[in-house]
Ligand binder design. Sequence first.
Ligand SMILES: O=P(O)(O)OC[C@H]1O[C@](O)(CO)[C@@H](O)[C@@H]1O
Length: 468
Amino acid sequence: MLDDVSITIADSFSGESLFTAYSKGTIASYASSFDEANNISELPVPLREPLSAKYKHSFAYVTFKERVPQILSDLIDSLHQQEDRIMEKYGSYAHFELRRIIWSLDILRNEVLENRSFKYFYDKTPDSLEWNSFIKHLTNRERNQWFSAQWLHAECYLYRRIWRAFQRTELLKDFDYFGQRKICATRNYVYLFRAVLRGVSKLKRSRKNFVTMLKLSLWANQCDLSITSDSPSDQILQSLKLYNKHLLVDQSIEVFRLLTRDLHSSVTPAMVDIILDNAGFELFADLLLGVYLIDSRLAVKVRYHVKAIPYYVSDVTANDFNWMLSFLLNSEIPEFAYLGRKLRYFMKHDIFALYETCKFWTRPEGFRCMRQLAPCLYVQLSFSALAIFKGDLNYRKLLDDINWSSTTPFPDCLGGFLPTSVCALRCIKSDLYCGMPNCLVDLLTLENPKWMCTGEKAIIQLAFKKRP
Ligand SMILES: O=P(O)(O)OC[C@H]1O[C@](O)(CO)[C@@H](O)[C@@H]1O
């Protein structure tokens, strides 16, 4: 402490007030004592080790040190702002339930900042037992704290804890606490939806147009509310060529070949599964991709997969999916209403399907555990010609959140998860990647050491599965 004060005084001659310099010194000393007390490592994440906040220079550390406390503070603020509307809808007793929820979220926020151990779930929800046996497994391996657990496990546990705070109430069990932000993420982008819809309507079947629709769905992934909130420009279609320089791996042509070859093979007509990520513009782009696949006869059916609970701030739930359909159908904008009628027709005739909500998508494990934990889902995906996984969180689950060598081929990182051919459309928002030359990673890191956490770069990767 004394050393910090002496540094502080020395710094103070650099124009900072003594108090500011002192408080910086105090913060620095607090941070270092936190790191020491919690065995935070200064080393880089070892290769083939899971990402974790126990590594100071990882995005996981920043996530629990800064991002998650902010996400929880923003959620508490949002609940305060919505209180009148919530009481109007659910009754005045909701006031007391909101108090209790906010108190729980505040406790959760402190648990993260103080690196407390994960708590068990004592609610009556169906997956509590599964979660508790998972937490017990982590406890046995001393990986049951925010800054010792695998990043993926801790972050998924966070959103299950938030959901539990609402499940303990009587009135607000079904309240989507991220819902307002997801609705705004649609209503604020109408100009963008309109520009894109004009640009893609009546696209004929061609390799070029397929690639355009796939890349539109990819770049729409930049719009999520837990890390980036800026929307792409309404010139996104025209600028796809400019975005190409940020596309680090592009297997879009192989994806097109897979679908066209599949249509000529003996297997049943092609069905495509899209495992969704964010509501708002990304969901809109994913619906347009599905429409293009059907209209161009690249698929005869598209199934969409959503989250069972409000997740990672902007992930799509069944309510969000249905809200988007009715938003378009009831719009006064003619082209939106036309698209809405088309989507209603597709849903009615099982050309589009909203896959039954499955808890597996909000479990903490990576996708290599699907065969064991959700065998029916694995079998269902195997009936498809292609499963498209959107976004960074799904990518982390495909790779089991392991720090692979950047040159390891994408198929080799899936741990045997290959129910059908798997395509990842991901804007890179976390420090894990694969299937890239070392020199590319070195160059990007030289340009911006944090390049992998901005969502500015992206990949389109494919793991091909030969169908019977
Ligand atoms: O919506 P996406 O693409 O899954 O990305 C959002 C997520 O990316 C991360 O920053 C890293 O996975 C998460 O912490 C964040 O919530």
